[in-house]
Write a protein that binds this ligand. Structure first.
Ligand code: B12
Ligand code: SF4
Length: 469
């Protein structure tokens, strides 16, 4: 039985993302492997299924090309992953695909189907969904479909029985990733993965943990963290290098150094095996989750970029969002990293609680003051399944994302914070200004030119600068 995993192009609904952010995330700024699907392909292969993956997002297929590629694979079952802001766009793709493969069941998985299972299944083009993690659920579902078993006995799925939508009891999250095979990178177009600020290619991403114990109100990360064994992480890094010729790795854990001893062990293992001479990598973390000693070790292991969530210069907003970090701590961490030769990217959000134009100016100035190497400014998106979304929903009484998933008419102002005094249009303008003010400073240009290692890097920098204009 052939299972085909398809990453349909994940274009975000333009109402929530400015042109630039849309471009960066959806049209080439970062093209990362669909790891969830690659993991599941690996698992299903282990269970004896014939599997394939089409990454239509990375390959930039249009609908006709995607349909043609699916036809060539001749699948018995089609699987798709989706994120909430792209859901309605993806449903349109599914409808077009279904016309060509009316008898091939379509199964959807990912965080979106977990948050809105019932609403997702109101779109009749979707036959089955996975609710929660798929590690054990998908093999059970497939075996049951193959053997015409009773689906209602399987935890963590959704399906229709006639007009009735059935969601089975939830399945517990697994406590460890031990024994889970590495993602099936052999089925992915690895040469396509990249990010605008990558230093080497090909790039891939690796998860060494999933979840984050902090409680920032705008974040939907799982609070219970599942950590992978440092030795297994090093094994995967080694496989990426030796089998796929990967040169740069993006560790996409929410907070790579949340367990500092474990982060240290991963780095030591990478160094012990000499892989640090073959790859460079980037991590994401918080400024209060690092020490100088750890940063030095991370640098020795090959880290070239740390992405710190800094968010805003407004301390009141940070406190409201349960995200407060003293500015001194941030400055210290940025300095440690840069002293160790690591570039620092700061994530910032405009449109935070209580936002004013004055606050936005302070945030841009803080980014400049930190002398960061890169910045990413975005409009705060109030994601479903967050404390912040619940607050907004209580204030305006509108369950925005649920309506969105049902395909009902929604307007952007329904997910705006009443306390943000800057209009969405002005936030867009300020985003553009923030980038220009940060990147087009003589001091910044000099700072970057001093750090360039090759003409290739200069070309990439120039291309990134052009994309901001
Ligand atoms: C890496 C990552 C990215 C990367 C790479 C994206 C990519 N190509 O996969 C980048 C930085 C580009 C990115 C961007 C965005 N991301 Co992102 N990202 C992640 C992150 C940190 C890891 C994903 C991952 O690989 N996990 C490891 C795998 C093993 O776990 P998993 O994905 O959960 O998969 C499991 C199940 O969900 C399920 N599953 C997943 N897919 C499928 C598919 C099928 C068919 C089946 C059966 C099962 C299945 O099986 C897996 C095993 O149980 C997650 C958070 C997280 N920790 O998971 C957010 C996350 C997926 N991102 C999210 C969002 C919102 C975005 C953006 C919209 C952000 C933005 N503001 O623009 C964009 C959208 C980009 C896009 N076009 O898809 C949300 C999605 C929430 C939602 N409601 O849908 C998450 C969950 C973060 C969060 N907690 O809010 N992201
Ligand atoms: S925003 Fe970052 S630190 Fe806060 S809970 Fe989410 S992942 Fe953790």
């Amino acid at each position: 039985m052939k299972i085909l995993f398809v990453q349909a192009p994940q274009y975000m609904d333009k109402r929530f993302y400015t042109k630039k952010v849309h471009k960066r995330y959806s049209e080439g700024g970062i093209i990362a492997p669909p790891l969830g699907m690659a993991y599941m392909a690996s698992i299903m292969r282990k269970h004896g299924y014939d599997v394939g993956i089409i990454d239509g997002h990375a390959m930039k297929y249009d609908i006709n090309e995607l349909i043609e590629k699916i036809r060539q694979e001749n699948p018995d079952v089609l699987m798709f992953g989706v994120v909430t802001p792209a859901f309605i766009t993806v449903v349109e793709w599914l409808k077009a695909i279904k016309q060509h493969f009316p008898n091939v069941p379509m199964i959807l998985g990912g965080h979106h189907t977990t948050i809105f299972p019932r609403e997702t299944l109101t779109h009749k083009v979707i036959d089955y969904i996975i609710v929660g993690e798929a590690w054990h659920t998908l093999p059970e579902l497939m075996d049951s479909l193959k053997n015409k078993g009773d689906l209602s006995n399987i935890k963590g799925i959704g399906f229709r029985n006639g007009e009735e939508i059935i969601i089975t009891p939830p399945r517990e999250r697994i406590k460890s990733w031990d024994g889970i095979p590495f993602p099936a990178r052999d089925l992915l177009p690895n040469f396509k993965y990249t990010s605008t600020i990558s230093k080497r290619k090909p790039v891939t991403s690796i998860m060494t943990a999933q979840g984050c114990p902090f409680k920032c109100t705008y974040c939907a990360a799982e609070r219970f963290v599942v950590f992978r064994d440092p030795i297994e992480v090093a094994d995967e890094v080694e496989e990426c290098v030796n089998k796929y010729g990967i040169q740069e790795i993006l560790f996409y854990d929410e907070t790579f150094t949340v367990n500092q001893a474990r982060a240290m062990k991963i780095c030591e293992e990478i160094i012990r095996r000499g892989i640090n001479k073959k790859i460079v990598f980037a991590i994401r973390t918080r400024a209060d989750c690092v020490t100088k000693e750890l940063i030095d070790k991370i640098a020795e292991a090959g880290c070239i970029r740390i992405n710190f969530g800094i968010e805003t210069a407004d301390e009141e907003a940070l406190k409201k969002m349960k995200r407060y970090l003293p500015k001194e701590k941030i400055k210290q961490a940025v300095k440690w990293a840069q002293d160790a030769g690591i570039d620092v990217l700061g994530f910032f959000m405009l449109g935070v609680p209580g936002e004013t134009v004055e606050n936005i100016k302070n945030t841009i100035n803080f980014a400049k003051e930190l002398n960061l190497d890169y910045v990413l400014f975005t409009k705060l998106t109030i994601s479903p399944n967050t404390e912040l979304f619940d607050e907004v929903q209580q204030e305006n009484g509108i369950d925005y994302w649920r309506k969105f998933t049902l395909g009902e008419e929604v307007v952007e102002s329904e997910v705006r914070l009443p306390s943000c005094s800057v209009s969405p249009e002005d936030l867009d303008k300020w985003l553009g200004k923030a980038y220009r003010q940060f990147y087009f400073r003589p001091a910044y240009v000099m700072h970057r030119i001093m750090k360039l290692n090759s003409f290739g890097e200069f070309k990439e920098l120039f291309k990134s600068a052009l994309s901001l204009i």
